[in-house]
Ligand binder design. Structure first.
Ligand code: ZN
Ligand code: ZN
Length: 336
């Protein structure tokens, strides 16, 4: 069986003919396998969803309990037959519950990694290398110029700025699923024990992470009832990046605007967003992690998707690995 007979791109998403299912479909389908809870990968309205328990929990939190006709959890490492295909899920290290999906048919194994990262992250299960014939990788930061610094160093810069400007509030923009909890955990690991104020849009997901045993310390709603405007002097406030553009942000005294994203590597983006303190913290692989992972899987063929496909395809070819871009539409890296 050729790899293209096991998984192929369709307008709905990546389709597996032997198993008659889609991976991370962008349109409603009968049977969907979902890698993780980011909204560009996990959508509501499918007939049946197979995902890790945590991803199913996150989908229910975001879309309501009726996000799919029916759903079924699969554990990491558990093997399941779906028609003429066999699947198993392995940790992707991207956000809580995120998985790579291995699909086997006709003696071949393809791994669809979804979004993934290799860096240590106490708020996510650790990435696992899954040997395979074909590895499907994302390429969000698929250029050699992308090298993420250590996240702990970025957070140390944030805490330094807070000591430097004790009268100002520090507003950290971070996406609601994964990034926000990771930044909060990093701040705790750096020894910060004060309450951290969060925007309402983060509350349910932060509560969920805490209920899953990821300690984020004391979180308080960033509402004005917490005190006067001056009450937020010296405070650390975390919210979704979109919130900082609206009225909500005006309640804080002379805020220092920070944004935690892999894109903060790019000066133009920092400027565009009016970010005073860019924090380069990414939940995607940088260039080194991408090529290291491709080598680790031992795949003889690589398919590259959402992001900068070209450079990675070229790197594979120069390394003697067959490679091609996989043109999938509808993925916008919500998580970075
Ligand atoms: Zn993605
Ligand atoms: Zn993602």
């Amino acid at each position: 069986m050729r790899a293209q007979d096991i998984l192929l791109p369709r307008p709905e998403g990546l389709y597996c003919p032997p198993g008659d299912f889609f991976i991370d479909p962008v349109r409603p389908v009968d049977r969907a396998l979902i890698t993780h809870g980011h909204s560009d990968h996990a959508r509501s309205g499918h007939g049946h969803v197979l995902a890790t328990r945590r991803t199913l929990d996150i989908m229910a939190l975001r879309y309501g309990a009726d996000f799919a006709g029916s759903s079924q959890p699969i554990g990491f490492g558990e093997t399941m037959a779906i028609k003429d295909a066999t699947v198993h899920f392995h940790p992707a290290g991207h956000v809580l519950g995120s998985a790579q999906i291995a699909v086997e048919a006709g003696g071949k194994r393809i791994v669809a990694s979804g979004d993934y990262k290799r860096r240590a992250d106490p708020t996510s299960e650790e990435f696992e290398v899954v040997p395979c014939d074909v590895f499907i990788t994302e390429a969000t930061f698929g250029l050699p110029v992308f090298r993420h610094p250590h996240a702990a160093d970025e957070v140390a810069r944030l805490l330094k700025s807070m000591r430097q400007f004790p009268e100002r509030a520090h507003l950290v923009g971070a996406y609601a699923l994964g990034k926000a909890q990771r930044v909060i955990r990093l701040v705790r690991d750096a020894g910060y024990e004060e309450p951290i104020y969060i925007h309402g849009a983060l509350a349910r997901l932060c509560d969920y992470y805490q209920s899953e045993g990821i300690d984020l310390g004391e979180l308080r709603p960033a509402t004005i009832e917490n005190g006067s405007k001056q009450g937020f002097a010296g405070a650390l406030v975390v919210g979704p990046p979109s919130a900082f553009a609206d009225r909500w942000a005006r309640r804080f005294p002379d805020p220092v605007s920070c944004f935690a994203s892999g894109w903060m590597r790019i000066r133009q983006r920092v400027k565009q967003r009016g970010v005073e303190l860019p924090l380069i913290v990414s939940d995607h692989c940088d260039w080194d992690e991408l090529v290291e992972t491709i080598e680790d899987t031992g795949a003889s063929e690589v398919w590259v998707t959402h992001g900068r496909e070209e450079a990675l395809v070229r790197w594979c070819e120069m390394s003697g690995i067959k490679a091609q871009p996989l043109h999938l539409v509808g993925y916008e890296d919500e998580g970075d």
